[in-house]
Design a protein around this ligand. Structure first.
Ligand code: ZN
Length: 247
């Protein structure tokens, strides 16, 4: 059985409209940047590698960087050199910044994500920082194609839509099968639409809306219950060990 622990590495302030397609770009909201510790496996597993300490354009960052990451890992008694498996859900700047610290880890990223991140379409360039991707080239990088089992009861799930090669994680827990959806869903607002015309509501940053809907359905199909689908930047998950409920 696995337990998922969201560890806040930084806070990022962005327009509300980034979290909701066609939302208000004049009002700001602050959201956590998490790295996720997966407990219960044979190896020490971490998901994602955080954001740099400096902000980016009009996105303000508090905390972050290597210091923020080490502090986040302290909560579970881990140092970066002890991490054996690093899953990168996708290669946006706020998920990959400190990957170079994990020198002993085998790093899993989708092949499609790797290829699109190295030559992103022009509007997507601000989200892929080539400077942050360079260290990965010399590391123990595994390029995954589609769904793949990492360990028994722990599976990488290809969930395209937010990016072409985004992946989540499906894990067997005491409450059933859970899915870490990463930025497929920024917050619960994306999973529980505030609008009557649609069951889910996408974030603003989507490369393919049809893929996005398919991936949300896939996450819900894989997870035993909707409450076991976890968004990537949901503030209410801070400080928790997931799942909180028994099966
Ligand atoms: Zn993202």
């Amino acid at each position: 059985m696995y337990t998922l622990i969201p560890l806040k590495q930084a806070e990022i302030t962005a327009p509300i409209g980034l979290g909701m397609l066609m939302g208000d770009m004049t009002q700001l909201v602050t959201a956590p940047v998490y790295v996720w510790c997966v407990e219960g496996g044979r190896r020490k597993i971490l998901v994602d590698a955080g954001v740099e300490a400096k902000g980016r354009g009009d996105l303000e960052v508090r905390g972050g960087g290597e210091e923020g990451l080490k502090k986040a890992l302290e909560r579970v008694g881990l140092s970066p050199g002890e991490v054996e498996v690093l899953v990168l859900t996708h290669l946006h700047f706020d998920h990959v910044a400190c990957a170079g610290l994990f020198e002993n880890a085998r790093i899993y990223v989708q092949k499609e994500e790797w290829e699109t991140a190295l030559s992103p379409l022009p509007p997507l360039r601000p989200f892929y920082d080539q400077r942050l991707l360079e260290p990965l080239e010399g590391m123990d990088l595994v390029l995954v194609e589609g769904d793949q089992e990492l360990e028994e009861g722990l599976e990488l799930l290809h969930l395209p839509g937010h990016t072409e090669g985004m992946q989540g994680l499906a894990l067997r827990t005491k409450a059933g099968k859970a899915v870490l959806a990463s930025d497929l869903l920024y917050t619960y607002l994306n999973l529980h639409s505030p609008f009557p015309h649609t069951p889910f509501y996408p974030p603003a940053l989507i490369v393919d809306l049809r893929d996005w809907f398919r991936s949300v359905h896939k996450a819900l199909r894989v997870a035993s219950r909707r409450e076991l689908v976890y968004p990537g930047h949901e503030p209410s998950l801070e400080g928790k060990r997931l799942p909180e409920v028994e099966g």
